[in-house]
Design a binder for this molecule. Sequence first.
Ligand SMILES: [Cu+2]
Length: 420
Amino acid sequence: MWNRRQLLSSAALLGGASLLKTRAASADAIPTTPSTPHFDLPPNKGPFPYVPVETPNGVTLPWKMEKGVKVFHLVAEQVDREFAPGMIVKCWGYNGISPGPTIEAVEGDRVRFLVTNTLPERTSVHWHGLFLPNGMDGVAGLNQPHIEPGETFVYEYTLKQNGTFMYHPHSDEMVQMALGMMGMFIIHPRVPENPRIDRDFAIMLHEWFIAPGTARPNPAVMTDFNIFTFNSRAWPGTAPLVARTGQRVRVRIGNLSMDSHPIHLHGYRFLCVGTDGGKIVGQGQWPETTVNVPVGSTRDIEWVADVPGDWAFHCHKSHHTMNPMGHEMPVLIGAKQGDAEARVREVLPNYMAMGSAGMGGMMDMGRPKNTLPMMTGEGPFGPIEMGGMFTVFKVRDGITSYGDPGWYKHPPGTVAYKLT
Ligand SMILES: [Cu+2]
């Protein structure tokens, strides 16, 4: 198997483009079809005493009531997750999906989680940010025995707070989280919120290293990741966030990756209204256009969608809106490359010299199978040249469905134009 250094040094040698030609053999066959999430309970039926949270590209965990207790079933298992068309990743997750289904409940609920482990190694579940009895906190070895393969453990406690929290393993945590085991845990307040939230989204951030041409994330990589995701989907695989003009929107963002992610919304300012430490009230809320979500934290942001359009929503670290590329290559911006490209092509027919005038035109230079283009996505005006942690907040007047409404149709005279 090619290691990262071999890929990168060959990239540097050939001005960067050769890594895209590298065939990396993987011990794991690349899956061809993604699995669909499965549950042993039917979907929860409303009406609920809250507006249900929407997990873009994800699902909500069903439950059933048993003598006043909300009973959930989480199955820790291996899953094939499509990050975007053309790339399926061999992850670990819960109930057929990574991130695991979003857990939704109400402050004061008594909740019981059956956790079944079908992984090849032991696991546990930690409930990040929750107030609970020490023996329910899920740190294997410290608070409970590990859940061995084939075993089912029971966690039960009463929800004593509201807000945005998370769940993840605390047993071989480094490997299991690198492979995608994590999920959001939303607790609604007992008293309905005022003003009411119309659109409530949950997004789990994550970053991965998946060598070009392979399908298994590499848990040993600590800093130089090459795939960045919202709910384990990378642009152009990320679903848009859709709202009707005038609606109050909240996005709950969780981060269990190895880096902070400054998440930016175009066209608006929002208020930071909560963390995994709880709600921020009144004067404590502050306006931003970018919210930094530190590792091991959640952030809730809220605003009123009063301006129609297609507004970009993305991580502001520019490499986090890219799909796989090598990072240790010489800079060729402004370099005179002469006939180098033609000469290299004599031995590597598909070689393309790395941009002397930038990389914008190099959207798709060909690549190993199961690997996304570095910058991609086609918009109404041409290539969008993005990847990774990028999606579009779509606001429309008078819509009656939250399905993708397509591209925004700009009123005449409101689009930047070429001077003639
Ligand atoms: Cu980021």
